[in-house]
Design a protein around this ligand. Structure first.
Ligand SMILES: NC(=O)c1ccc[n+]([C@@H]2O[C@H](COP(=O)([O-])OP(=O)(O)OC[C@H]3O[C@@H](n4cnc5c(N)ncnc54)[C@H](O)[C@@H]3O)[C@@H](O)[C@H]2O)c1
Length: 603
């Protein structure tokens, strides 16, 4: 029997850690082994594979942001000689072995899930717990081929011949079970620490239960946290997609999504296997995770609400739309694209190119809406001085239309984007909501009057409203060009063009710059919080200010002076109300963001 076994010539395609360890084991046990791979020194052995009776194939089957990819495997199978047996060791989606068999009728294609652990692969290869062979066709002939493979494998206490679809899933079952375990153990680890317990004690007591077992109980593994390595990340992504496509249960898919996100957070927080992570999910995964972390503390109360965002193609509006969608809401966008950009509108939002000055056109779009975020406006000071009637029409008449439509549709709340420009020049800083207003431009006046209309609609018609007075907003998608550009955008554009930065007046006017991330957070908190909606006016400002000269210094580069113009000397928010009533606090500091932004823009 032993001689008969050893007479067989065994091929291995792929000499990564799996293929190499299996080939080593067979060689140790006296088999005639041929190793073939695309790299030296194995690349010349392709011909030898053809003569092998049984060929194990352990080549990469990556899952990338474009999906599961078995093209390398399909290519590799072609090296196997006619009438011989190909055993796929690579992890593959259910049904793959059947398809490869159908495409290669002259050979026998089997699947054998591999269970090696990366760290102990050499030992595991020779001491398997399970020998499982999946056959694509149920017949005595295929069973016999599977038996022939089992005979040359090292002894295992558990042996199974099953369908290849079952074998393929058994592999996913194991890996994803451990993935769940790793994420759970990491969560438990945090809880044990926070409750003053010792992890080692809890861990060892758990391990003493044989049903739990000792494996995967070390949350800090290979100096990082989370399920990493060459298999977990890609196999979970493939499994997640498979479940969504085949089972299609939305709750189950949400569970998998959350577990994935938690794992990504663990990996990123400890900088573990980030190359493997981006290989599977694309570079965006790092940015998305960062973004999620900014909002992770917000309550998820308005989940799956229907939200209408006017001005959702604009700078602040499009950022808000993205976040509302990321939080699972249905979002309708109204925008006439006068300054907004179509490419900024989230593809998952329902977009209507409509004008808020036209009540009849927008009214039907408010049907069944829960929350209205009203941002559409002609939002800059200087243009409103040039065209007070045009800006009044949009900023005030448009706002009145939005309030009427919201009232008639009985929406739960209107969150109105107000402006700190309502304060105008003030003697005392910081600016708090109790101060008398002093609008110094048509724009400031119109935005301020909009607040009054909101309050009136609450008092008169019982429509819940709240006005958020933003202080100079900056961030992703801020305009760099056009008449509406803010000072940060102007400076960046000038620097990119190699021009000096233009400083209006003496440059000592100070502005409280607020990140769009924090403005979006404020909107979500205002919608969620059941205690607001009585027409309150609340400052949303960072609470520190920079002079235009200081700003130019941080950005760096030559400057020139322009004549002064009518504008407030300083803005500085008192954000006590936002903190106390909304539970809001600023999270982004301008100088930190500018450093990052300058790098992105190549400055
Ligand atoms: N950016 C700031 O620093 C700041 C500060 C205080 C308040 N605000 C307020 O925040 C809101 C958003 O400002 P932004 O900076 O994102 O400006 P933005 O110009 O980028 O966005 C405004 C959006 O409204 C749309 N719009 C204009 N007129 C419209 C109309 N008649 N019908 C439909 N859509 C129309 C525009 O196309 C644009 O997409 C505005 O209400 C503004 O007054 C902004």
């Amino acid at each position: 029997m032993v001689e008969k076994k050893l007479a067989k010539k065994i091929g291995f395609i792929g000499q990564g850690w799996i293929g190499r360890n299996y080939a080593d084991d067979f060689e140790r046990r006296g088999f005639d082994v041929v190793r073939y791979a695309l790299e030296e020194p194995y690349v010349k052995n392709g011909k030898g594979i053809e003569e092998c009776d049984i060929v194990f194939i352990a080549v990469p089957t990556p899952t990338t942001s474009a999906g599961f990819d078995d093209s390398i495997l399909r290519q590799a199978v072609k090296a196997v000689g006619q009438g011989k047996i190909a055993v796929i060791k690579s992890t593959v989606l259910p049904g793959t072995t059947e398809k490869i068999q159908a495409a290669n009728p002259g050979i026998y294609v089997l699947h054998s899930p591999e269970f090696l652990t990366e760290a102990t692969a050499a030992h595991d290869a020779g001491n398997p717990h399970r020998n499982i062979i999946g056959i694509p066709i149920e017949s005595p002939e295929y069973r016999q081929k599977a038996q022939a493979v089992i005979e040359i494998l090292p002894y295992a206490p558990y042996v199974l011949i099953c369908s290849s679809r079952e074998a393929e899933l058994i592999k996913y079952a194991g890996n994803n079970w451990f993935y769940f375990k790793v994420v759970f153990i990491n969560m438990l680890f945090d809880l044990v620490g926070k409750t003053g317990g010792r992890w080692e004690v809890v861990r060892d007591a758990m391990a003493a239960d044989w049903r739990i077992g000792r494996t995967h109980l070390d949350p800090i593994h290979k100096s990082g946290r989370g399920a990493g390595g060459h298999c977990f990340i890609k196999d979970f992504a493939a499994f997640h997609q498979l479940y969504k496509d085949i089972v299609g249960d939305s709750l189950g898919s949400e569970v998998l999504e959350s577990i994935k996100n938690k794992n990504i957070e663990l990996l990123i927080s400890s900088q573990k296997d980030l190359d493997l992570l981006t290989g599977v999910y694309g570079e965006e995964v790092l940015e998305e995770a960062f973004h999620r972390s900014l909002f992770s503390d917000l309550p998820k109360k308005n989940k799956k609400a229907k939200c209408l965002v006017t001005g959702g193609a604009g700078f602040i509006g499009s950022n808000l739309v993205d976040e509302l969608i990321a939080r699972g809401n249905e979002v309708v966008v109204i925008d006439n694209l006068v300054t907004g950009k179509r490419e900024h509108i989230n593809s998952r939002a329902k977009f209507y190119e409509a004008d808020i000055r036209n009540l009849q056109a927008i009214k039907p779009l408010f049907e069944n809406v829960d929350y209205v975020f009203h941002l559409a406006a002609l939002p800059r000071v200087q243009p409103s001085i040039q065209d007070p009637i045009g800006s009044h029409d949009v900023n005030l008449n448009g706002t009145l239309n939005v309030l009427v439509a919201a009232r008639d549709a009985k929406v739960k709340k209107v969150i109105y984007s107000a402006s700190s420009s309502a304060y105008g020049d003030q003697e005392k800083m910081p600016l708090h909501e109790g101060l008398p207003t002093n609008p110094m431009s048509p724009y400031a006046m119109q935005k301020y009057m909009g607040e009054g209309y909101c309050r009136l609609f609450t008092q008169l018609y019982g429509l819940p409203t709240i006005a958020l007075r933003y202080f100079n907003v900056y961030g992703q998608r801020q305009p760099l060009e056009g008449a509406y550009t803010l000072v940060i955008g102007i400076f960046i554009r000038q620097r990119l063009a190699g021009e000096p930065m233009t400083i209006v007046g003496d440059g000592e006017q100070r502005r409280d710059f607020t990140s769009v991330i924090d403005v979006v957070r404020a909107n979500i908190l205002a919608a969620n919080n059941p205690r607001v909606g009585q027409g309150e006016v609340i400052n949303i400002g960072r609470g520190n200010n920079y002079s235009v000269n200081e700003l130019a210094k941080i950005i760096g580069g030559p400057t020139v002076s322009l004549p002064p113009r009518i504008e407030p000397r300083a803005t500085l928010a008192d954000n006590t109300l936002a903190r106390d009533i909304l539970g809001w606090e600023p999270t982004v500091e301008l100088s930190d963001w500018l450093e990052k932004y300058k790098k992105e823009m190549g400055l």
